[in-house]
Design a protein around this ligand. Structure first.
Ligand SMILES: Cc1ncc(COP(=O)(O)O)c(C=O)c1O
Length: 432
């Protein structure tokens, strides 16, 4: 694979831009190592272009000879082929059945989250989040929606369920006090249960079961950003890859005796394994939520959320192009992440902790207690033009001052190894 990183130094204004929106102004490629960027690299997006080109040629030929549905407002659930093929594709990828009737097309996970937040909740309502959590979801919760964010502690198995139950009881009378047909939930629980951002860990099955019970008990809606589930490389003895852990949506079984109309939404996206420029995603959502969303002003006016791209993607899945693409990138990331972790094991200061991910885009690194990651970030930016995400930005209360998140998603393996080697040397020097 070609390496695009050239030795061009950036001005200070460009450096700060790299931290907030590294894909703008070219800082991903011009002399920076933006290890804070969680998007697919050039090799991946080139493959996606080839997939979309082939699928578009077929679908647009069909459309030209038919009624031109793809250019219309479209069904409020999304293009029918998209939903049918997505259900088949996810069933294969997850190794567990996905029902097309649960699927509704979105314009990506950010859009999906924002829509649920604004359509079902109002300022002052409560959202329980993992600590640490996906740093940009906090912008939607805090700034856009003005929710009260309640951080819940986590460990290697995910969110602490005892703490969640306690906090939900404590906040019972705050936020939504009266539910209705249009707003059936009292609060929101935001989770990334599978290859979490920032830690890449997966929630343990017993906690998945428990969180659904708690959501039913406290009349809360769990929204899972399921954006990394298909991006897994859990090895099987025969050299193939195992299914990812079961998604949380499957734990909210319609056949349960205490099923109460549905308390989980799986908020999926094509951004990570195909490309964020597609702005394409989906909900797996309970029937009552479909009704609320489809009767809302947005869908009522615009038809499907992303009719055109969804339609092309439907054909891409029908042709099994997406599945082939995923199998290629799984092998690629498995190799890249192995190489990066080897450098971390050999070169990070003594006492540093991390685990080698088997999915997702990130490595969460815990430096020894007392290490000042903000100072390290400054050194890395000023002296080495390396950016990473400081751990405290993922915490609503500014915890994890000695932690950082690096992404292995964008740069080729050789570049990653070089950048991470420099990062390790800078950390070792700073801690000496
Ligand atoms: C947990 C999580 N949710 C959502 C997104 C954004 O997804 P999309 O591009 O589909 O809006 C990201 C991207 O970093 C993410 O990590």
């Amino acid at each position: 694979m070609q390496c695009n990183v050239q030795n061009i130094r950036l001005k200070d204004s460009q450096v700060s831009w790299c931290i907030s929106q590294p894909w703008e102004k070219g800082s991903l490629r011009k002399g920076m190592w933006c290890l804070n960027f969680g998007g697919p690299g050039v090799q991946m997006t080139r493959q996606t272009v080839a997939v979309m080109k082939e699928a578009a040629a077929k679908r647009l030929t069909e459309e030209a000879a038919a009624e031109g549905e793809l250019m219309q407002y479209g069904n409020t659930r999304g293009d029918p082929k998209y939903r049918i093929e997505l259900a088949k594709f996810l069933t294969k990828m997850y190794g567990a059945p996905v029902d097309r009737d649960d699927i509704l097309c979105t314009a990506g996970a950010t859009h999906g989250l924002y829509t649920l937040c604004t359509q079902l909740f109002k300022a002052g309502d409560i959202v329980f989040v993992e600590d640490p959590t996906y740093f940009l979801a906090q912008v939607i919760f805090r700034k856009d929606c003005q929710f009260t964010m309640v951080p819940v502690p986590t460990d290697d198995k995910g969110m602490d369920m005892e703490a969640l139950d306690r906090l939900m009881t404590e906040y019972k009378d705050k936020g939504v006090t009266k539910t209705s047909e249009k707003t059936p939930y009292r609060s929101l629980i935001y989770l990334v249960p599978c290859f979490q951002n920032p830690t890449s860990r997966c929630m343990a099955p017993e906690r998945c079961q428990r969180v659904v019970q708690l959501a039913r008990k406290h009349e809360s809606l769990i929204v899972c950003d399921d954006v990394y589930n298909t991006l897994s490389w859990i090895p099987k003895p025969d050299g193939s890859f195992d299914d990812p852990p079961q998604g949380l949506f499957a734990y909210d079984k319609k056949t349960d005796t205490d099923y109460k109309g549905g308390h989980v939404v799986s908020n999926g996206s094509f951004s990570k394994f195909m490309g964020p420029g597609l702005r394409l995603g989906w909900y797996e959502a309970p029937t009552r939520l479909h009704a609320i969303l489809r009767e809302g002003g947005f869908l009522d006016s615009c038809g499907g959320f992303n009719q055109f791209t969804g339609g092309i993607m439907g054909t891409a899945m029908e042709l099994e192009l997406v599945e082939k693409h995923i199998n290629n990138i799984r092998k690629y990331y498995q190799d890249a992440v192995g190489a990066v972790c080897q450098v971390l094991r050999q070169k990070m200061p003594k006492g540093t902790k991390f685990h080698e991910p088997q999915g997702g885009f990130f490595i969460w690194i815990e430096l020894p207690d007392g290490a000042d990651v903000s100072a390290l970030r400054q050194i890395c930016m000023d002296e080495h033009k390396i950016a990473f995400l400081p751990g405290h930005t993922c915490s609503p209360e500014g915890n994890y001052q000695n932690c950082l998140r690096i992404s292995f998603s964008y740069y080729p393996k050789e570049e990653l190894v070089r950048a991470v080697t420099v990062l390790c040397e800078a950390a070792t020097k700073m801690l000496q």
